[in-house]
Every structure is written in structure tokens, then in C-alpha cells.
Ligand binder design. Structure first.
Ligand SMILES: [Fe+2]
Length: 343
């Protein structure tokens, strides 16, 4: 009897924990504590190890979603383009595609129009940021969409997140039902050269999970001056160089970012494998950002307009960044309902 009560209570606690893990609150708290510990490097390292232990715990909890993926794998079909992207991702941690391969001809024009509309709505914000001097709080980066509210499936951005093709590749790459974390529409602006690289413009690995699946859509051409995404191939968790500059070397880093002195220790590996993703409007980049990457450093009047889609392992300590109307008529698709945490 006591055993039974114990089991029921434990089950309740585990269910509550599972519910809370994907909340924004938890993620915000983790990041805040980490940054608060910034002056105390050893405590920060201890906290980092605690987070890694938590990631391992999440990995165990993800087992259920690995099983769920394998149970429905035969119903998640990939076409040749998706297979090509998946194979590249497995091998290099990065792959490329075109927007029309996922959303059909004509959609990109609709997306660019949506971007123009959002730019117009945010004109005041954009102008004020343009006039600010860059600091560590990233004023060079403007979120035109950050926390999406899904309420209407005919809206352009909602069409992107409800498309099944990208999460299907994510499922095969992550080997489980992925969790849609959020979508961002970002405008990167030029910053004065002498301010150096800020935030995610510096080399780093994303934290909060052992692996990630992100998809980027370039809304306009990205040339050398427009802050192209840069990636070191093979440094993703499946890659040969996963052990180069991993979390265990955290103490030598500034915050989440890898200082140049550490990067230079691995010059040969890094230079041989560095990819600078210049591209055309409508190009897509897929990346596992557990690999070393950076991006968004515009120069000489350059700018970047980009859509970012994030899919994470089902449980990770990164919270979800979207909401949905209770009355929203979600498409009747078992896989997508799981990806959105609806069943
Ligand atoms: Fe990143």
C-alpha cells in the first residue's frame, strides 16, 4: 500500500517536472543564474556541470519521444531533397536548401511582403535602434517576430510553422519527436566596426541541449557585408570534432562565447572546416547549433533579414517561445500535434 502511494506521488512529481521543463520561466531562470555567476568563474563552472547533468536527465526523459518517433517513423515520409539535407546534416552538421522546395513557388513573394509589412509596423523601433550605439544588449539585432502567437492558419508566418516538411527532417536528425521551440524574424543591422563582435556574432556552441535543429530562410541576398552565418563543419555532436572546444572547456570562455585565443589553438581544424554561408534571397540553411557557429555581424552598411525556425529535443532546458489560441483549429496530424506538445 505504502509502495503504491509512493509510486503515485513519484509519478505526479515526474509529470509536473515534465510539464514545467518546457516553460519559459525555467529557461529564463537558468540563463539569469548563469549570468549572475559571471564574476565567480568556479561557481559558474559548477552551475554549468549541474546543467549538463540536467541535460543528461532530459536525455533519459526523451527516451519516451524516441520510442514515439520509432513507432510512427513509417508514416513520416521524406522526399529526395529532405533526405539529401538529412544526410548532409548527419555528416557535416550543416546543409542547404531552397524555400520553394518546402513551401512551393510563389510563397517566398508572400513572405517578403509580410516582412515589408512588419518592417513598416516596426519603423519607429528600427529607426531608434539605428541611432543607438551598439552594446552587449544587442541593439544591432531587431526581432520583428519573437514570441509568435498562433491564431490563424492563413497567416504567412503560421503557414511556415505548420508545414510538416522541416520538423520531419528534424525528427530523423534528432532521432525523436522534436519539440517546436519557436520562430523568429530578425533584422540585423550594421554596427560600427570598432565595437567588435557582440553576443552570437562571436564563436559559440548553443547551450541547453546536447543537439539542435535550426532552419534559416534568407529574405534577401546575404553577401560578405550582410553578416552571413558561419559554421565549423563536423563540430556538431555527431561530428569528428565534437570534442573540440566543448562544454568542459567552459572555464576558459567568456560567458557562453569562445574567445579567439581558444579558437586559435585549433586553427587547422577550424580553418579547414569553416563555412561562410553567403547566399541568395530564398536560400535556406539548416544547422545543428551544438556545432561551433556565429553570425549576424553586418559591416559597411550591410543588413540581414532572416527567419529562424527552432526545433529541439522534446525535453531540453530551453523553454518554448510561442503561444496558441485555445480556439485554434490545429491540423489533424498526429506527428505535428506531438511536435507542438498538444498530445
Ligand atoms: Fe547560437
Amino acid at each position: 500500500m505504502i509502495n503504491l502511494i509512493g509510486k503515485i506521488t513519484l509519478k505526479k512529481i515526474v509529470n509536473k517536472l515534465k510539464k514545467n521543463i518546457n516553460s519559459k520561466k525555467i529557461r529564463g531562470m537558468n540563463d539569469r543564474v548563469y549570468h549572475l555567476l559571471n564574476p565567480f568563474k568556479k561557481l559558474q563552472l559548477a552551475y554549468e556541470y549541474m546543467m549538463m547533468t540536467k541535460i543528461n536527465l532530459y536525455e533519459k526523459m526523451n527516451k519516451e519521444y524516441i520510442d514515439k518517433f520509432f513507432a510512427m517513423k513509417s508514416s513520416i515520409k521524406l522526399n529526395d531533397k529532405q533526405v539529401e539535407i538529412l544526410e548532409r546534416m548527419d555528416k557535416d552538421g550543416i546543409a542547404f536548401g531552397r524555400v520553394e522546395d518546402f513551401f512551393g513557388e510563389g510563397f517566398f513573394k508572400e513572405l517578403q511582403e509580410e516582412y515589408k509589412r512588419l518592417e513598416e509596423t516596426n519603423k519607429e523601433k528600427i529607426d531608434s535602434v539605428k541611432n543607438l550605439k551598439a552594446t552587449n544588449s544587442k541593439p544591432y539585432l531587431i526581432h520583428l517576430i519573437n514570441k509568435l502567437h498562433i491564431s490563424d492558419k492563413t497567416k504567412t508566418i503560421n503557414k511556415i510553422v505548420l508545414n510538416k516538411m522541416i520538423p520531419s527532417i528534424a525528427a530523423y536528425y534528432l532521432g525523436m519527436i522534436p519539440r517546436f521551440q519557436g520562430i523568429r524574424l530578425i533584422l540585423n543591422l550594421d554596427i560600427p566596426q570598432d565595437d567588435g563582435l557582440i553576443g552570437s556574432q562571436q564563436w559559440h556552441r548553443d547551450n541547453g541541449s546536447a543537439r539542435f535543429f535550426k532552419a534559416f530562410i534568407y529574405l534577401k541576398d546575404v553577401d560578405e557585408i550582410d553578416g552571413p552565418f558561419e559554421y565549423i563543419k563536423n563540430t556538431h555532436y555527431k561530428g569528428d570534432y565534437w570534442d573540440v572546444l566543448t562544454h568542459s572547456e567552459k572555464l576558459e570562455r567568456q560567458g557562453f562565447y569562445i574567445p579567439d585565443k581558444d579558437m586559435s589553438k585549433y586553427d587547422k581544424v577550424l580553418n579547414e572546416n569553416k563555412i561562410r554561408c553567403v547566399g541568395k534571397a530564398g536560400d535556406m540553411v539548416f544547422a545543428d547549433t551544438s556545432g561551433i557557429h556565429r553570425g549576424g555581424h553586418c559591416s559597411n552598411g550591410g543588413s540581414r533579414q532572416i527567419v529562424m525556425l527552432h526545433y529541439f529535443p522534446y525535453f531540453s532546458y530551453r523553454g518554448i517561445d510561442f503561444s496558441m489560441d485555445k480556439s485554434f483549429d490545429f491540423p489533424d496530424d498526429k506527428f505535428m500535434k506531438k511536435v507542438f506538445g498538444l498530445e
